[in-house]
Write a protein that binds this ligand. Structure first.
Ligand code: IMP
Length: 199
């Protein structure tokens, strides 16, 4: 039987990827089922702190397992920016397109032509307002200062994963979902869950 899992997000793209990666072994719910939970302030300075804040906040309203994903992009030439501020790089109300535009401007202002970068994802699992596990995933690659491809979300059209020549937004979703930072963190979670949750 599928394991119910509340995903502490309102990001439909993240949710879709998490559902696709975890597959039918998990019945993944999202925060639309918990309207009483307001916006969780991501006041942490690391992905782990923010994922823990989101997992624990949702766990106050849900008896079962809660999963929170905090993720973002780190560009070496920008000293790790946008990092934990990836979602609000261009401001609190910024759209993905605003954020991409700002990143492109920042990259074009640099002398280098090749911009090493990585996506990071931290997954925190909570239940009854306690943290049971923290899982990390990273994918290395580089950024291009132009939008390429119509798939994915966020910074996908600017990011070429190592070993590939096209952006995450140009790769089929199924392929992104085997090699992404999120896929890697969720793979570690799934291994843990096979022992700790599924009996
Ligand atoms: P969070 O909701 O604070 O974890 O923000 C995550 C932000 O990082 C997103 O809004 C995107 O801008 C970026 N991000 C995280 N994962 C991905 C991805 O898989 N592709 C593209 N951008 C991502």
């Amino acid at each position: 039987m599928a394991i119910p899992l509340l995903c502490s997000t309102r990001n439909a793209h993240k949710l879709g990827e998490i559902r696709a990666i975890l597959g039918p072994a998990f019945e993944v719910w999202d925060l639309s089922t918990i309207p009483e939970l307001g916006e969780v302030e991501e006041s942490g300075v690391t992905f782990e702190e923010n994922a823990a804040l989101k997992a624990l906040a949702a766990s106050r309203y849900f008896d079962g397992w809660v999963l929170a994903d905090d993720s973002g992009l780190e560009a070496d030439a920008l000293g790790g920016e946008p990092g934990v501020r990836s979602a609000r790089f261009a401001g609190e109300l910024a759209t993905d397109s605003d954020n991409r535009h700002l990143l492109i401007q920042r990259l074009l202002a640099l002398p280098s032509q090749r911009f090493a970068a990585r996506f990071r994802c931290t997954i925190v699992i909570a239940k009854n307002q306690k943290i049971f596990g923290t899982f990390h995933g990273t994918v290395e690659g580089h950024l291009i200062p132009e939008v390429r491809g119509g798939g994915g979300f966020g910074y996908d059209p600017l990011f070429i994963p190592e070993g590939h020549t096209v952006t995450f937004a140009e790769l089929p979703a199924e392929l992104k979902n085997t090699l992404s930072h999120r896929a890697r963190a969720l793979h570690a979670f799934r291994n843990w869950a096979a022992e700790a949750i599924a009996r």
